[in-house]
Design a protein around this ligand. Structure first.
Ligand code: SF4
Ligand code: SF4
Length: 475
């Protein structure tokens, strides 16, 4: 029987110690020099066990090491065929998060916004949906969530827009109702919200902090970065408006020991330095976390990232990852949430059949109560999966999840990044490739490059401060 290595990625810590990340199991294994040599040989060409161990100084030790690698799944029979199974978990899958698009209006007019720009998914010629979700629809949504969460003890309601805080009336009504109903059915409910920060009044801040909202602020950096794309319809930048409001929110949240507040930065072709933006948002404004996301854009938009811009972003992420790693080794907190999220997934051995929870544990609700795969699909009739009043159309949901399974994405089945990427965001795939079920192959180099950085950081932190990972082991 000839042997070969399973699909994997080799990486090292800064002493050169080797590890492998296995795509089929999402397991990480440390390799001693002998196991590393054997794995390296079988990654290049199939060979029999006799051939592989023959060149080793101690063939008996090599044979034992090979057996260990086989037992761990690092080495497999060369002719082993694992047909894609594309299995779904038992359906209907219990709902964990419902994203309520409480409004489809916004008071800003950001140039790259998918909600208003040419990339909006609203069906052609469809009448515009109701601008504001009624409190009654939010209550029906909450009943639907509690019903559909089956025996999950905790559910999350995320408020989204347009600009979410334009409909604070419904947010307030929904929170009061959700707390009441969750108590009645003995569940806990968490709240989250994304906002552009322009409407953060003192009242709103007090309310959000008192109800322990997980808050994400969409902001692109300092005045120059923010005002480049995040502007009012008049063309006026929004930085001057949001800065004092964000400072007030962060100060109240810190005083009241609220949940960490994150900034979400959209990176465009013309964005400045990632490093400078991170430092400004953390050190100057005082955010707890910052996450960066490349802009979603169909080909041909002026702000979409070129291959060179992806390379620049990766190089800057490497510098931030270096900072994060040094902090983790010294047991200091660090707010680079892209890396924090990846380390958590690596440590927990996350292996995704789908890129995200959309359509599975997470659904979006339109202002009128229609259910979509997630908040970005809520007014796309072609991606509707039911209604909060009548429930999920399970046949439609299951058919989509089946077709979007990573086992059906041929390139992904040959890619080591598959367990965490699984083909990437459905919305981006729809915008870029016209089909939410297709993999985002335009971004693979960037995804794999970023994952290499995460694996290297993982190894380095593991070598110097393994206790760091305890934070990812609690529920
Ligand atoms: S989209 Fe690209 S990077 Fe992601 S799993 Fe598929 S092939 Fe790999
Ligand atoms: S489809 Fe994209 S936007 Fe929607 S939840 Fe998934 S990753 Fe997020």
């Amino acid at each position: 029987m000839n042997l070969r290595t399973g699909l994997h990625r080799r990486f090292t810590d800064d002493h050169g110690n080797a590890y492998v990340y296995m795509a089929n199991s999402a397991a990480i294994h440390a390799l001693d020099p002998l196991a590393d040599r054997l794995t390296g040989a079988l990654a290049v060409a199939d060979a029999s066990a006799d051939t592989v161990v023959a060149g080793e100084a101690d063939p008996a030790a090599a044979r034992a090491a090979l057996q260990d690698l086989f037992d761990l799944g690092v080495v497999r029979p060369a002719d082993e065929r694992t047909p894609p199974r594309a299995e779904l978990p038992p359906m209907p899958f219990p709902l964990a998060t419902l994203v309520l698009n409480v409004t489809n209006k916004c008071n800003l007019s950001c140039t790259y916004c998918y909600e208003y720009g040419a990339d909006k998914l609203t069906a052609a010629n469809a009448p515009p949906g109701r601008a504001m979700m009624l409190p009654e629809t939010s209550r029906q949504s909450i009943d639907f969530l509690l019903r559909s969460s089956q025996d999950r003890p905790v559910v999350t309601i995320t408020f989204f827009g347009g600009e979410t805080l334009l409909n604070f009336t419904t947010i307030r009504a929904a929170v009061e109702y959700a707390e009441e109903q969750a108590l009645r059915v003995d569940k806990r409910v968490h709240f989250a919200l994304t906002t552009n920060a322009t409407l953060l009044s003192d009242d709103v801040i007090r309310f959000l902090v008192a109800h322990r909202f997980g808050i994400t602020i969409s902001i692109d950096g300092d005045q120059k970065e923010q005002d480049r794309h995040r502007r009012y319809r008049s063309g006026k930048g929004s930085f001057a408006e949001i800065e004092p409001r964000i400072r007030a929110l962060l100060a109240t949240n810190r005083r009241e020991r609220g949940r960490p507040i994150g900034a979400r930065v959209t990176l465009t072709q013309d964005a400045g330095s990632v490093l400078d933006t991170y430092r400004f948002l953390i050190d100057d404004l005082g955010f707890d976390e910052v996450g960066f996301a490349p802009v979603t854009a169909a080909p041909g938009r002026g702000y979409e990232l070129s291959p060179g811009a992806y390379d620049k972003m990766l190089a800057e992420f490497a510098m931030l990852a270096e900072d994060f790693t040094a902090a983790a080794i010294a047991d200091r907190p660090h707010g680079f949430s892209n890396l924090n999220d990846m380390l958590r997934e690596l440590h927990q051995g996350i292996q995704k059949a789908h890129p995200c929870g959309a359509g599975l544990g997470l659904l979006g609700v339109s202002t009128e109560g229609e259910l979509g795969l997630c908040h970005r699909f809520v007014e796309s009739k072609s991606h509707a999966v039911g209604n909060v009043r009548t429930g999920v159309d399970e046949a439609v949901r299951t058919a989509f999840l089946q077709q979007a399974h990573v086992d059906h994405k041929t390139d992904c089945t040959r890619c080591f990044a598959r367990p965490l990427c699984a083909g990437g965001c459905y919305h981006e795939a729809h915008v870029r490739h016209g089909d939410a079920r297709r993999p985002n192959l335009h971004a693979c180099d960037w995804i794999r490059g970023w994952m290499d950085q995460g694996l290297h950081a993982y190894a380095r932190i593991m070598a110097h401060n393994p206790r760091f990972f305890a934070r990812y082991e609690t529920a």
